[in-house]
Design a protein around this ligand. Structure first.
Ligand SMILES: [Zn+2]
Length: 226
């Protein structure tokens, strides 16, 4: 459960909050992006933040809108450190089919946006280059951000969407602690592969995030291995 943080606005009747880790993330982006200096540096940093949090918000809205349709009630959406979460206020212990639909709706939104921005990049409408030259760069950024969000969330790493979907899908066949053990083993193996990629390519942000998830997985492993 995230700390409440700052209330931002409502989208489709879902209240959206920015939590403390999100504030730290924005501070870091401002520091990194403002290296260019001047008004352009500030504008660039601002556009980056809007692009990243716009894409994360679209992902969470995917979960929230499909959940509401399936009778989950309403959700508070929290934006945090390069991520977000939809916290339900109602009962969420629905059928496995509903759980899978709600879980997969988030990454599905990023896949659709990724394809859309790719098409805009390949076949830019005339006005894009003419009116705002920097819009082309922003479309490229949005393509990459949504590609990363889609791929990262579909990996079978717990508690990311892919890991949760795997757990729900496995629950059709396996139950209890064996289910948790297998899903954690798959999660560890995937974490190892992505960590290798991150270290070999010096992706420091990714290494920190993976290490944090690995620690969570290890804590859960301690409880279920007995
Ligand atoms: Zn998600």
């Amino acid at each position: 459960m995230p700390t409440r943080g700052i209330y931002l606005f409502d989208v489709a009747r879902f209240p959206v909050y920015l939590d403390t880790s999100g504030l730290i993330f924005i501070g870091l982006i401002l520091l990194l992006q403002m290296g260019g200096g001047g008004v352009l540096g500030i504008l660039g940093a601002f556009l980056w933040i809007v692009a990243i949090y716009g894409s994360i918000l679209a992902h969470e809205l995917g979960h929230a809108v499909v959940g509401r349709r399936l009778g989950y009630g309403t959700a508070d959406i929290y934006l945090s450190f390069f991520g977000g979460v939809a916290v339900w206020s109602g009962r969420t212990s629905r059928s496995r089919r509903d759980q899978l639909l709600v879980t997969l709706a988030g990454p599905a939104v990023n896949v659709v946006l990724c394809i859309l921005f790719y098409l805009l990049m390949r076949f830019p409408p005339l006005f894009v280059g003419m009116l705002v030259p920097s819009l082309q760069g922003l479309i490229g950024d949005l393509y990459w951000i949504n590609l990363i969000l889609a791929v990262f969330n579909i990996l079978p790493i717990y508690p990311l969407d892919g890991g949760q979907a795997l757990r729900t899908a496995l629950a059709y066949r396996i139950r209890g602690s064996r289910l948790l053990r297998i899903s954690l083993q798959v999660s560890f193996a995937t974490l190892g592969l992505v960590m290798l990629y991150a270290v070999l390519n010096s992706r420091i942000f990714l290494v920190i995030m993976l290490a944090q998830i690995a620690f969570q997985n290890w804590q859960e492993w301690q409880q279920v291995r007995r």
